[in-house]
Design a binder for this molecule. Sequence first.
Ligand code: PLP
Length: 384
Amino acid sequence: MIYLDHNATTPVDPRVFEAMKPYLTAQWGNPSSIYRAGQDVRKAVEDAREQVGLLINAEPREIIFTSGGTESDNTSIKGVALNRGKGHVVTSAIEHPAVLKVVEWLEKQGFAATYVPVGSDGVVDPAHVKKAIRSDTIIVSLMHANNEVGTLQPIEEVAAIAHEAGAVFHTDAVQTVGKLPIDVKRMGIDLLSMSAHKIYGPKGSGILYVKKGTRFDPCVHGGHQEWGKRGGTENVAGIVGLGKAVEIARAEMTAEAKRVKALRDRLEAGLARTITDFSFNGHREKRLFNTASVCIRYVEGEAMLLNLDMRHGIAASSGSACTSGSLEPSHVLLAMGIPAEIAHGSLRFSLGRGTTEEEIDKVIEALPPIVEKLRAMSAFPRKE
Ligand code: PLP
């Protein structure tokens, strides 16, 4: 398989798997137990917490282990809302469903919300956030990088705007932690979500960074774990795997970004050279180094994906989500003002640690004939 869907998930790095193994076999103690078998495991959990702190410039005490990005997003936004009891939430139109669905749910509970638009480049204008802020705004949530098109958002500026208004600032940094340098203190972040499986760690493991003093209500009530902020016996192997993935990212992130960006640029140039009626989605500079999002006219994204997979073993993604039998175009592309018929022909290639030049060249060779074949059979109306 040629795997170009790293924004969806990544393979577990063998070094991560090796680090996790003892905690799925011999080291099975409960980290809350006071005897030796428990305390050895406790140390492994705390070492992982320290690794995360080093990566994002946080105190270990500010890191809460969760089941991943979705839980961290839910806890951040619901946690602040439930703590305040009422108020207004600001977010963007291009957030992941783990944020959008939470805000929509809060609206049903009586909270108010504003969904800030994006420009045609997929970037939020901080002036729109400023305009959206109300006297009762309690939280502003803006993702760091969009998972579909890769655009980077001006989170430092937006954090400052939120703070001026006395609101908490949350960022869904699931697509950037471990890929780009993040300093929560310098960037003014109060709450941050990350997920291990996007950076070669295990699925079902993530963190929520909570700046000291940020008031929120826990969403998972239970035992005293994580200082009472997230109940439940710790997912020890998952946490150790996350810690190892973070340690590797910290050491290798800079070199990896350079290598992967060159491959992504090669892919984009190769496709743009050979495919007609072709466009790039999102800001050309303010974006993740590993993501190429394109629209190819007069073809269905899903049809291209099936052909890439069945004929060449190439795994990529489209902006569409197959919901109850009808193909909905991506809410991100629509928010960028891309017409639905063009958004239907979107493809996302997200590169990663294992991607090679040879693989990229195979995609450049494989896709154009697929597009031609599909266009010849297409029911899409072609302009003359
Ligand atoms: N936020 C973003 C931007 C994502 O890309 C994802 C994963 O697809 C999530 C949140 C959800 O993370 P998880 O799969 O760890 O629940």
